[in-house]
Design a protein around this ligand. Structure first.
Ligand SMILES: [Zn+2]
Length: 276
């Protein structure tokens, strides 16, 4: 009993620490080429600057706007120059400030066909966190399909649907030139499990989606990879080390997430068998 309580309070402390890192400011910095980090300590937001305005990927919590705005300004850019807003998964910790930033900048919001309904109803239809409203609804101007290109001012992002974590979670790949060197950069949605994999009536094909997304992600070999949470790609350590190039780390991270998925799937399947 005492041990259970101790474990519970430890996990609560861990959760509270995670949330604190979601809200703590973090120095904005260049990742490579025209890609900049403008998120909080753990909620990653990326600004891709171009001569024709900027693309912003992810927007953080409802009260993250001043932090993101401040980070963009510190780098010498203007929030008003954002033309396109994207996200990697329509969950409140990455999209709650989106409506406000859309309003302030007048940018267009692009989202995957599968995540768009959830963005537009404020997360009510999200199978993991609904039906309670999660964030201010956002109007989606363009629905993205697998293989689509998002282009602005010479920057091109390829849309790679990687559903599972959310119904429409997505990764984006692009090629940049950094110090004369061509680099492939992947904004990868790390597929963690946040809802039932077996017997999920709200998302019946969830397990198949995860399986196919991991297959796809295993085929990719980025020079630089970044994710929706800074902790997922060890941002602080790489920033200190002075380079985000890490092809080996990518393979390992995908393998680890795939293993965690199959472990959870096995556990849920055997639980279901025992209850039958
Ligand atoms: Zn999420």
């Amino acid at each position: 009993m005492l041990r259970a309580l101790l474990l519970l309070s430890l996990s609560l402390v861990a959760a509270a620490q995670d949330n604190a890192a979601w809200k703590r400011p973090f120095p904005p910095h260049k990742i490579a080429g025209n890609i900049y980090y403008v998120g909080t300590e753990d909620l990653a937001c990326y600004l891709l600057s171009t001569p024709q305005g900027h693309i912003l990927i992810n927007t953080g919590l409802a009260d993250s706007t001043p932090l993101i705005h401040g980070s963009i300004s510190k780098l010498g850019f203007k929030l008003q120059d954002i033309k396109i807003i994207l996200n990697m998964q329509a969950h409140f910790d990455h999209v709650a400030a989106m409506q406000e930033i859309q309003n302030l900048s007048g940018a267009k919001v692009y989202a995957t066909g599968a995540d768009a309904p959830s963005l537009e109803d404020g997360g009510k239809s999200d199978p993991a966190f609904g039906p309670k409203p999660q964030f201010a609804p956002v109007k989606v101007d363009r629905r993205l399909k697998d293989g689509d290109t998002v282009a602005l001012g010479g920057t091109e992002l390829k849309v790679i649907l990687t559903p599972g974590h959310s119904r429409g979670s997505v990764s984006y790949s692009t090629t940049i030139v950094d110090n004369g060197r061509k680099l492939n950069v992947l904004f990868v949605n790390m597929n963690t499990v946040v809802m039932p994999l077996v017997g999920n009536a709200k998302y019946p094909r969830i397990a198949e989606d995860f399986t196919r997304s991991f297959e796809k992600q295993r085929q990719l070999s980025p020079d630089i990879w970044v994710a929706a949470h800074a902790s997922q790609y060890d941002m602080a350590r790489k920033l200190k080390a002075g380079s985000f190039i890490d092809p080996e780390g990518y393979k390992k991270a995908i393998e680890r997430h795939e293993r965690m998925f199959y472990e959870t799937l096995e556990k849920e399947r055997s639980q279901k068998l025992r209850s039958e």
